[in-house]
Design a protein around this ligand. Structure first.
Ligand SMILES: C[S@@+](CC[C@H](N)C(=O)[O-])C[C@H]1O[C@@H](n2cnc3c(N)ncnc32)[C@H](O)[C@@H]1O
Length: 522
């Protein structure tokens, strides 16, 4: 792929380590981003507080429940900001974009919306219902935003040059009928309604630039107490971000870096230990299924040659795979899978020597957990959740995403804190174990706070919330015990730590899990 050199790291980027853009180390991948310094797994690499373009998603819920400026969002009664009462008010002009406060509305107006609001209104007033409805689409709003900003001299010349130099993958993308008709329709409407002097053909190029380079804005939800479902998302999609520097990062299925969103801020953090000189990679498509993921990657013109892809498909195949998938992802309208069916499938996986460290094994256990939950069996739920967290997830290769781990941890602390509505309490636990529940709970609650900081950064919205939440319950426990309550994560007392490890191993033994070391547990 022959592309012009990347000009320079934009001033809006804050680099926590030195980075450079140069020819990729992956054959045929064009340019790539390289680390100039070592960074340990979990460490920050670079962040951009105000990315070039952030566009709110087009899901019915998102547009009216996400702030176009700060990306505060509300989903199913959970929020990405510490205000459950957050309300979203529409723009009085177009009524399409929403704001969580007047301040956000003013910032958005000055920054971009003053240049596009009239265009939105004109599209909405069109007599053709198909055109009218298109304004809700992320695809059209992205193009309208960038064209109006450019036409009104709001995109710095060097950024515009960078946007136009991004790879489009146009040839392959336009071979797909659905993509081509969407690109054509969006480009024609954008040409007709915006002030842009670019041709329809050039607008199609920009449409492809978005699709080849945008990153999904993933907003972490502030969870707090009751999260009994390990399949429940912890990060919700809020829209897309187009930022040329981040777009320089190439794909690997075992990526060493990852992006996160902190409101509208884009953060790139290390997933693995990275050495000076290493190319930074992110995973464009986290689909676990080998064949499906590789077919998605072809949309980016990528025939991935990462070590995982070279290893081929190591999971179950054919009808066995389909059966496993059906059991672990049952359609809501069908009967929930029986525990015996799930146990047989898990046993068959073991017999097939697929091992524990593969996603289908995690999926089957998650489904077994949910079946127990529906049957009101809290103790059984706890056993399965502990097994997922302490046995299956640590074995998954490449390492499972930290926020997926956090989801499982949330379910464990929720079960330990209070039984889910309509289920049994933890009476089945041997009495010696019942006594340690509060210690285990506090230890894991502290772990939620610490791991959230490691995942998103200690100053992120979600990590600040989790730390404060933990400190609140810690204060309460200390008040109740006249200050004598300690939690293990903070203890430097060796004897106390090994006592905890013994107790924790007692709980794991009850759950059918082999003894673990202090390192695994703390
Ligand atoms: C978001 S861009 C990445 C930056 C790009 N390398 C450039 O120079 O503009 C995505 C494009 O980079 C190339 N690419 C990224 N990862 C790749 C990989 N693992 N193997 C081959 N090509 C890759 C593909 O052409 C893909 O469409």
């Amino acid at each position: 792929m022959s592309l012009p050199p990347f000009t320079s790291i934009p001033g809006r980027a804050t680099c926590q380590i030195g980075i450079r853009v140069g020819p990729s180390s992956i054959a045929g991948a064009g340019r790539g981003v390289f680390a100039l310094e070592n960074v340990a797994a979990g460490g920050p690499i670079f962040s951009i507080k105000e990315p070039l373009l952030n566009i709110v998603d087009d899901e019915a819920q998102s547009l009216s429940h996400t702030c176009d400026n700060c990306f505060a969002a509300k989903v199913d009664e959970l929020c990405t900001v510490d205000d459950l009462d957050v309300k979203f008010t529409p723009c009085s002009g177009c009524k399409v974009l929403h704001y969580c406060s007047e301040i956000c509305q003013t910032i958005s107006w000055k920054h971009h919306h003053q240049y596009e609001c009239k265009t939105y209104q004109a599209i909405i007033k069109d007599s053709d219902p198909t055109i009218k409805s298109m304004i809700k689409k992320l695809n059209l709003r992205s193009i309208v935003r960038v064209l109006e900003l450019h036409q009104n001299h709001q995109v710095p010349a060097e950024d515009w040059k960078e946007i136009l130099s991004l790879s489009t993958g146009r040839k392959s993308k336009m071979k797909k009928q659905e993509f081509a008709s969407e690109a054509n329709a969006v480009a024609k409407v954008a040409k007709a309604f915006t002030s842009s002097d670019l041709s329809v053909d050039k607008i199609i190029d920009i449409f492809c630039v978005f699709h080849n380079n945008q990153l999904v804005i993933g907003l972490p939800l502030l969870r707090g107490e009751r999260c009994y479902d390990p399949k429940k998302y912890s990060v919700v999609p809020g829209g897309i971000v187009l930022e040329p520097l981040a777009a320089m990062m190439n794909h690997s299925c075992s990526a060493n870096a990852r992006w996160y969103s902190n409101g509208k801020e884009l953060r790139i953090r290390a997933r693995a230990d990275i050495k000076a000189g290493d190319e930074l990679t992110i995973c464009y498509d986290p689909t676990e299924d080998y064949t499906l993921r590789r077919s998605h990657l072809r949309n980016f013109d990528i025939d991935c040659t990462c070590p995982i892809c070279q290893g081929g498909d190591t999971g179950p195949a054919g009808p066995f795979r389909r059966n496993i998938f059906k059991l672990s992802h049952p359609r809501p309208e069908l009967k929930i899978p029986k525990l015996t069916g799930l146990a047989n499938a898990i046993e068959a996986m073991k017999q097939g020597e697929f091992g524990y460290g593969i996603y289908p094994m995690r999926d089957l256990h998650q489904q077994a957990y949910l079946t127990h939950l529906r049957r009101g069996e809290t103790a059984e739920c706890l056993k399965v959740a502990l097994k997922i967290y302490y046995v299956i997830e640590p074995m998954i290769v490449p390492p499972i995403y930290e926020d997926y781990r956090l989801c499982t941890l949330y379910t464990i602390v929720s079960l330990l804190n209070a039984p889910p509505p309509g289920t049994t309490n933890l009476d089945e636990l041997p009495s010696a174990l019942k006594d340690i529940i509060s210690i285990v709970f506090m230890h894991l609650r502290a772990k939620v706070a610490t791991d959230t900081e490691r995942c998103y950064g200690a100053d992120s919205i979600v990590a600040v919330f989790e730390r404060q939440f933990f400190e609140k319950i810690l204060r309460k426990s200390q008040e109740e015990t006249n200050g004598s309550f300690k939690y293990v994560l903070a203890s430097t007392d060796d004897e106390e730590r090994s006592r905890f490890v013994r107790k924790m191993n007692g709980l794991l033994e009850w759950a059918g899990i082999d003894t673990l070391t202090e390192r695994d547990l703390i």
